[in-house]
Design a binder for this molecule. Structure first.
Ligand SMILES: Nc1nc2c(c(=O)[nH]1)N[C@H]1C(S)=C(S)[C@@H](COP(=O)(O)O)O[C@H]1N2
Ligand SMILES: [Mo]
Length: 308
């Protein structure tokens, strides 16, 4: 448990005092330090601790984050997922992730087991969509590397491919959405193993709401938002660069790497500026979304125009 001064506490300040006392996680009630639970209620995420990877920037209001989404399976308008998704995914009784491919120990893991693989952390990350808006989310989860290590990747594992849940009974057809389903994404092995790459189970102190990618998603904060695949049901370790949904839709517009980069424009718009919603005035886009100190080394010697 990371212990901070009370002045460092953010939304967790509002944790009802009774909940916090009940859990007996407090230290001395003196002036020095206290450890408050970050997550309200008795959820599997209740033990989350604050992560040093967090930004101190202002968290986007929850109401905006839940009603301005990209989740094409539930509609292509920003307000569609918030209208159409709630209740659909969280009510699926047995959510599992299948992990296979170039691994010594392929497994099908249910949600309970998945949540116990590593200690939950709250990580406040910037999120930059390729469309030029950005937000700041307080995710709860742990580094994807913890899960990948458990299945023991073989020496042939060079990339990791991810697949989203898809059910045509209550989600859009590929034809209506204009992209192929199930949604697929991928990372190079070093990117997938990077400690910043988060497997997220919650946000805003609660389990992931459907429109934000229940039951489990990625948050890859130095890349454009479409790399942060929602509602993961399958992970496959592979030798070759895997296909990705937006690249299949328009290869010249959406590359495999998709690192946030103000120097590389989208063919139809500049990426130099972005809007941090709900702000009105644009601000400068920062290379690797401000995570360059931690990730730039992975791309040393690569032409980021070619590998966009
Ligand atoms: N399965 C799936 N995952 C997805 C998407 C999607 O349409 N389907 N949209 C992506 C895009 S473009 C962005 S910007 C983020 C948006 O996440 P948010 O709605 O939680 O802010 O999810 C990404 N993950
Ligand atoms: Mo996006």
């Amino acid at each position: 448990m990371i212990i901070r001064k009370s002045t460092d506490l953010r939304y967790s300040d509002v944790t009802p005092k009774q909940v916090y006392l009940n859990r007996r996680k407090f230290l001395a009630a003196g002036s020095a330090a206290l450890a408050a639970p970050l997550v309200r209620g008795n959820t599997p995420l209740a033990a989350a601790v604050k992560s040093p990877f967090s930004t101190t920037e202002k968290i986007t209001p929850k109401d905006l984050a839940l009603h301005y989404n990209n989740y094409y399976e539930f509609g292509t308008g920003k307000e569609d997922p918030g209208r159409n998704a709630p209740g659909k995914l969280v009510s699926i009784p047995e959510w599992t992730i299948r992990i296979e491919g170039e691994v010594a120990k392929p497994r099908t893991i249910d949600l309970d087991a998945l949540r116990k693989i590593a200690p939950m952390e709250e990580r406040i990350y910037r999120h930059r969509c390729v469309e030029r808006w950005s937000m700041v989310f307080p995710w709860i989860g742990y580094s994807l590397s913890a899960l990948l290590k458990q299945v023991e990747p073989t020496s042939k594992a060079k990339y990791v491919a991810f697949q989203s849940y898809y059910n045509s009974k209550f989600e859009l057809s590929s034809f209506s959405a204009g992209i192929e389903f199930p949604y697929v994404e991928g990372l190079r092995m070093d990117e997938a193993m990077h400690p910043l790459t988060l497997l997220a189970f919650g946000v805003y102190g609660e389990m992931l709401p459907d429109q934000m990618g229940a039951q489990v998603r990625l948050a890859v904060p130095w890349k454009y938002g479409y790399k942060s695949i929602k509602s993961i049901v399958k992970i496959k370790l592979v030798e070759k660069e895997p296909p990705t949904t937006w690249n299949l839709a328009a290869a010249n517009e959406y590359g495999f790497y998709s690192n946030v980069n103000p120097e590389v424009d989208h063919p139809r718009w500049s990426q130099k500026k972005e809007r941090r919603l709900p702000e009105l005035f644009p601000r400068d886009t920062i290379k690797f979304n401000g995570y360059g100190d931690q990730v730039a080394g992975m791309y040393a010697g690569m032409d980021l125009r070619k590998y966009h």
